[in-house]
Design a protein around this ligand. Structure first.
Ligand code: HEC
Ligand code: HEC
Ligand code: HEC
Ligand code: HEC
Length: 181
């Protein structure tokens, strides 16, 4: 009896330690259970419900088929063109307000001239600005060999452009929808 009591007393610091570990362990398990979302791990190391949640958000970028519902003439113009893969929004902006207005069938705001900023907040624009072409076509180091690229100064001289300095110079010869000649 005496021996046992002294054993408990002698090891009391250890029992306290075990108790603390057990309490901390149970505490962190409980915290983990509250913090981990319900559908975590359903498909892998992420929240299963996130897929449906993200898919249900309104789309930010307009897809071409939204525009082509009404602009069938543009679809025809681009049908044979290598440019049919280039999204409308690249050269015309998001057009959210435009689509809403067109669907409502009332007065429509006409397209402005692009401000030259690719992060523009303009809703709809039409532009013949060369920048809109050169983001893709200006020859830069590392571009695929066979991609249709130009050296601007050389190209304009070779083709005999009239107003070499104009931002709209490309449209002396090319169009936006079907630029091939
Ligand atoms: C590479 C740039 C580019 C792309 C991509 C593009 N456009 Fe255009 N778009 C233009 C330019 C430039 C004009 C002005 C006319 C011109 O110079 O060809 C224009 C004109 C228009 C016009 C005015 C009327 C007309 O037919 O000229 C409409 C409408 C239009 N585009 C709709 C669209 C739609 C819809 C798409 C996507 C299916 C689209 N565009 C894709 C550059 C583009
Ligand atoms: C519900 C039908 C509808 C949809 C969808 C639509 N448009 Fe239009 N759009 C029109 C009408 C109507 C006009 C004015 C008449 C015209 O010029 O053909 C127009 C005009 C335009 C113009 C010329 C504007 C001007 O001021 O001359 C451009 C550029 C254009 N649309 C681009 C787009 C783009 C890009 C999309 C997709 C984001 C789009 N449209 C979606 C109906 C629509
Ligand atoms: C988002 C990228 C992109 C933009 C912006 C763009 N293009 Fe293109 N363009 C392409 C692609 C892709 C091709 C096909 C390339 C290939 O086949 O190697 C192409 C092909 C061409 C061709 C060759 C056409 C043919 O039939 O052989 C010309 C010319 C051209 N583009 C001019 C223009 C002009 C002018 C503009 C500005 C209004 C422009 N591009 C804007 C991507 C773009
Ligand atoms: C004076 C007329 C003219 C002007 C201005 C002009 N081009 Fe061209 N471009 C042509 C002709 C013609 C061809 C076809 C040449 C060929 O097939 O060798 C062509 C071909 C191209 C090609 C395809 C190149 C290839 O390797 O097949 C691209 C891309 C292009 N142009 C982009 C532009 C851009 C961007 C601008 C404005 C900075 C521009 N062009 C200005 C006449 C012009």
């Amino acid at each position: 009896m005496l021996k046992k009591r002294s054993f408990l007393r002698d090891t009391r610091h250890l029992w306290i330690l075990f108790l603390l570990i057990a309490v901390a362990g149970a505490g962190s398990l409980a915290a983990r259970n509250r913090a981990v979302p319900e559908t975590w791990g359903q498909f892998g190391a992420y929240r299963g419900a996130a897929l449906a949640e993200i898919a249900s958000k309104p789309m930010k970028l307009q897809a071409d088929h939204v525009c082509l519902k009404c602009h069938t003439d543009v679809e025809e113009e681009r049908a044979e063109s290598v440019h049919k893969a280039v999204g409308c929004i690249h050269c015309h902006g998001q057009g959210r307000q435009h689509v809403a207005e067109a669907e409502a069938g009332g007065n429509m705001t006409s397209a402005g001239e692009w401000d030259g900023d690719f992060r523009t907040t303009m809703d709809l624009y039409i532009t013949q600005n060369r920048k809109a072409c050169l983001v893709c076509h200006e020859g830069v180091i590392g571009m695929p060999e066979d991609f249709r690229k130009i050296n601007v100064a050389e190209h304009l001289e070779e083709q005999g452009a009239e107003d070499v300095k104009s931002v709209n110079v490309c449209f002396e010869c090319h169009t936006g929808h079907s630029p091939g000649l």
